[in-house]
Design a protein around this ligand. Structure first.
Ligand SMILES: [Fe+2]
Ligand SMILES: [Fe+2]
Length: 143
């Protein structure tokens, strides 16, 4: 299973968020690598907990930013975030209840979701915020 590699198509042009995306990817890659090294089960518990906590924090940062800039598609974006959280919660619940959770399924789901979301949905607010900032800059009196 290939790792998820960060690339420019995932960048939203906001350093704080790009850094969070990189960190997020490294959490998923830790799980990915652990599967290869035969440490999937021990990695799964830490990854689920850490990913959940980190994701909540990351989504809050993005949602705060979108609200600040009055991004018109905030609702749709927030719903996508909630779907990811629900899915991870589902894995955590299953794990706690002793229902078998395949580390490979979790890793594949996360890699795919993170890639799709950052290269499409996140790009929507990235473009919008860049445009708003550009307009703001052009209104500033030049010295
Ligand atoms: Fe994001
Ligand atoms: Fe997002």
């Amino acid at each position: 299973m290939p790792r998820l590699e960060y690339d420019r198509s995932m960048s939203v042009g906001i350093p704080e968020i790009d850094e969070q995306h990189r960190e997020w990817i490294s959490l998923v890659n830790y799980l990915n690598d652990s599967i290869h090294d035969g440490r999937a089960n021990e990695a799964l518990r830490t990854t689920l907990n850490e990913t959940l906590a980190y994701t909540v924090q990351h989504f809050m940062t993005e949602e705060r930013l979108m609200r600040r800039y009055k991004y018109p598609y905030l609702d749709v974006h927030t719903k996508e975030h909630a779907m990811f959280i629900d899915r991870v919660h589902g894995y955590v619940d299953a794990y706690i209840k002793g229902v078998p959770v395949l580390a490979m399924d979790v890793a594949e789901f996360m890699k795919k979701w993170i890639w799709n979301h950052t290269t499409t949905t996140d790009q929507g607010y990235a473009k919008y915020i860049a445009d708003v900032r550009m307009v703001e800059m052009s209104k500033k009196p030049s010295s």
